[in-house]
Design a protein around this ligand. Structure first.
Ligand SMILES: NC(=O)c1ccc[n+]([C@@H]2O[C@H](COP(=O)([O-])OP(=O)(O)OC[C@H]3O[C@@H](n4cnc5c(N)ncnc54)[C@H](O)[C@@H]3O)[C@@H](O)[C@H]2O)c1
Length: 124
């Protein structure tokens, strides 16, 4: 389960959308605790950066990336940034920006979903 085993996601990169928000920042922190390097995509770069700072200070690996996940070009640019900065993407996307309308199709088709929520809750 994501978050229980600190090595479960070692060597993986998780891409979390809406990661500056309340729910997905918690998901991102759980993924980092499970050993994933985490790319934090959000419309609000300062919010994503604050989460990245928390994860990195705690010994994890996180990168904040400004992106509108409803904009295909933005997502493609973000993918390039993530691939070049975090090395071994793409393994997981925990959430889309839930406040926005659902896109008809994810621009990155290889995204998969973290199967279950962490049992130890969110850290904020
Ligand atoms: N927080 C809760 O307890 C709770 C409970 C039930 C349901 N929800 C719902 O879950 C959703 C997320 O909740 P939250 O509290 O984390 O919201 P939030 O507003 O804290 O976080 C949403 C994040 O998504 C980002 N975002 C929005 N549109 C985006 C886009 N197009 N591209 C990239 N980033 C984008 C925002 O900048 C923000 O950081 C909301 O729809 C909320 O109504 C929240």
């Amino acid at each position: 389960m994501c978050g229980d085993d600190p090595q479960e996601l070692e060597g993986k990169v998780a891409v979390v959308t809406g990661a500056g928000g309340v729910l997905c920042s918690g998901m991102a922190e759980a993924l980092a605790r499970a050993g994933a390097a985490v790319a934090l995509l959000d419309l609000r770069p300062e919010a994503a950066q604050a989460v990245a700072d928390r994860i990195n200070r705690a010994g994890g690996k996180a990168l904040a990336v400004k992106a509108n996940v409803l904009d295909k070009k933005d997502v493609q640019t973000a993918e390039q940034t993530v691939r070049s900065s975090l090395a071994r993407p793409i393994s997981s996307s925990t959430a889309r920006a839930a406040t926005a309308p659902r896109p008809r199709r994810s621009p990155i088709s290889s995204f998969s979903t973290c199967p279950r929520m962490p049992s130890d809750g969110f850290s904020n």
